[in-house]
Write a protein that binds this ligand. Structure first.
Ligand SMILES: [Zn+2]
Length: 77
């Protein structure tokens, strides 16, 4: 069972310089920094999903992409 981080508030693409609404959550893990169950989340719009997946995949950090609606949410303060 993996344990993804949660997302809060406005979901905006994580790509540098992009302010688009995110449509995907990219789940990743850096085994040198994170326990195996941990899932960091990057948010991506349709245009940047592939770019960010490739970036993470090249480092063997990439796990999977899920629609933002399926990400664990916490209420904004
Ligand atoms: Zn984007």
């Amino acid at each position: 069972m993996s344990t993804p981080d949660t997302v809060t508030g406005d979901l905006i693409c994580s790509a540098k310089g992009c302010g688009a609404e995110a449509r995907w959550g990219l789940l990743w893990n850096n085994p040198r920094l994170h326990t195996p169950e941990r899932r960091k989340i990057w948010l991506a719009c349709d245009d940047h999903r592939e770019h960010l997946e490739t970036f993470l995949g090249a480092r063997n950090f990439f796990k999977e992409s899920v629609p933002v609606a399926d990400l664990p949410r916490t209420q904004a303060e």
